[in-house]
Design a protein around this ligand. Structure first.
Ligand code: DGT
Ligand code: MG
Ligand code: MG
Ligand code: MG
Ligand code: MG
Length: 269
């Protein structure tokens, strides 16, 4: 087929291939969710509906896209890890990022009413996205540890802050002043002595965030078959292995998690 004289513009497109053998992480984050959470009356500091909606969206992303071996989410963000051997869309960074972000954002609106049956969604939310490559397993584990440590630091702060405001009667700026310069141990102590809250007994979903991984399940179903030498159909049980996502709320900073799930980052994963 003859080429049009416009064809040359294609040469303006540049390659954005992710370096081979690197773990590809795409992180999405809600745009101005400070405002979005206020306008939709999210419970402070943690709204279980909002967090579960995020998890539902991430599950959809993992099921719809290829080669995601793990996802980690907290607050208004989710990180997706594409396997280092992935060759999805020839490893084009823009494909990884835009497919994750658009699938996540459309899921957020699509599944909204399942989690907020009594709260209309008031305007279309947006999410930003970024791609980061990690050249070895330790860097990837440290990335995930960084996000989980961030979850812990923010959640401890927010738990004390909102206790001081909601139960202690302080204004937000008074609470902020009380907390300025305090270390973790002091925050724990404040929670315990003033509000009788043992931080370690707070819901693990809030303290650790959510991890999505694949697990193999054996699916048994009944099937009718006709044997060549018999007239009647016979019902037999067939079983097959299927992968489905499972949600965990556990520590991923220590080695135990990786020792328990060696298959997640396996070469042939
Ligand atoms: P950005 O990401 O720079 O566009 O701006 P924001 O406002 O999204 O800031 P970010 O991502 O650093 O912080 C997340 C915001 O989302 C923060 O204001 C608190 C809010 N948020 C996230 N999860 C919850 C929740 O479960 N309950 C409430 N009340 N707010 C939440
Ligand atoms: Mg945000
Ligand atoms: Mg921000
Ligand atoms: Mg955020
Ligand atoms: Mg197309």
């Amino acid at each position: 087929m003859a080429k049009s004289k416009f064809e040359y513009v294609r040469e303006f497109e540049v390659l954005d291939t992710c370096l081979r053998n690197c773990w590809v992480v795409v992180r999405v984050d809600g745009r101005n969710f400070h405002r979005f959470s206020d306008q939709h009356h999210f419970v402070k500091p943690n709204d279980i509906r909002a967090l579960q909606l995020m998890n539902r969206c991430a599950e959809n992303v993992m099921n719809e896209l290829e080669d995601i071996c793990l996802a980690y989410g907290q607050s208004d963000e989710y990180s997706f890890v594409f396997h280092k051997k992935s060759n999805w869309y020839k490893r084009r960074a823009s494909k990884f990022m835009t497919h994750v972000v658009s699938q996540f954002a459309s899921s957020y609106v699509f599944f909204w009413k399942e989690f907020f049956p009594d709260q209309a969604i008031l305007y279309p939310p947006g999410f930003d996205g970024r791609v980061v490559l990690y050249p070895n397993e330790q860097n990837l584990k440290d990335y995930l540890s960084w996000r989980q440590a961030d979850c812990h630091i923010n959640n401890l702060y927010n738990t004390v802050f909102w206790s001081l405001v909601q139960k202690g009667g302080l204004t937000p700026s008074e609470a902020q002043k009380r907390l300025r310069g305090s270390v973790a141990a002091e925050k724990n102590e404040m929670l315990f002595s003033e509000f009788n809250i043992n931080y370690n007994n707070e819901p693990v979903l809030y303290r650790k965030g959510s991890v999505l991984i694949w697990q193999k399940v054996n699916e048994v179903s009944k099937k009718k078959i006709k044997l060549p030498n018999e007239d009647e159909e016979k019902e037999v049980e067939v079983s097959r292995w299927r992968s489905e996502t499972v949600q965990l709320h556990c520590d991923i900073i220590g080695n135990e998690f990786w020792e328990e799930h060696p298959d997640i980052l396996a070469e042939d994963g």
